[in-house]
Design a protein around this ligand. Structure first.
Ligand code: ZN
Length: 150
């Protein structure tokens, strides 16, 4: 595994729509392993492929309930709402209140291409919304309702 450089929000790739993953091979596994290591080293909650320079619909999340890989993720259902402080590894020093759904049901593929569905809430739900936004070229800074000084 190797740590990857995390791109800053000024990089054009962070503002583009990512492409679906349709090849599940060793190269994909290597990217996922690298993203896992990069996420751990940065002590982050989530990391999306465009943040390390790949225009692919995949992200990795560890919201304190184990490590998950989401390939071609789709949010199926949301409910409730939560307002809390959010940040992003591509936007260092920017923190602010963002309202997100409290609960999210999503489906995604794992590294073998198998689909799974999962219901998550709280921080995990926030992370899924944040990372899926990345795959659509959207950044959380556009959703900040109130900036927080750090
Ligand atoms: Zn982010």
């Amino acid at each position: 595994m190797a740590k990857r450089v995390i791109f800053n929000k000024s990089e054009p790739i962070l503002h583009k729509i990512c492409k679906r993953v349709d090849v599940f091979d060793a190269k994909l596994c290597k990217l996922l392993d690298d993203m896992h290591e990069t996420l751990s080293a940065a002590n982050g909650v989530g990391l999306a492929a465009p943040q390390v320079g790949f225009l692919k619909r995949l992200c990795v999340i560890d919201a304190g309930e184990g490590y998950y890989e989401l390939i071609n993720p789709e949010i199926l259902e949301t409910s409730g709402s939560q307002r809390d402080v959010e940040g992003c590894l591509s936007c260092p020093n920017e923190w602010g209140y963002v309202t997100r759904p409290m609960k999210v049901r999503f489906k995604a593929q794992n590294r073998n291409g198998m689909w799974y569905e999962k219901d998550v809430e709280g921080l995990f739900a926030r992370a899924v919304c944040h990372e899926v936004d990345h795959l659509d070229g959207k950044l959380f800074v556009d959703l900040i309702e109130e900036y927080v000084e750090n």
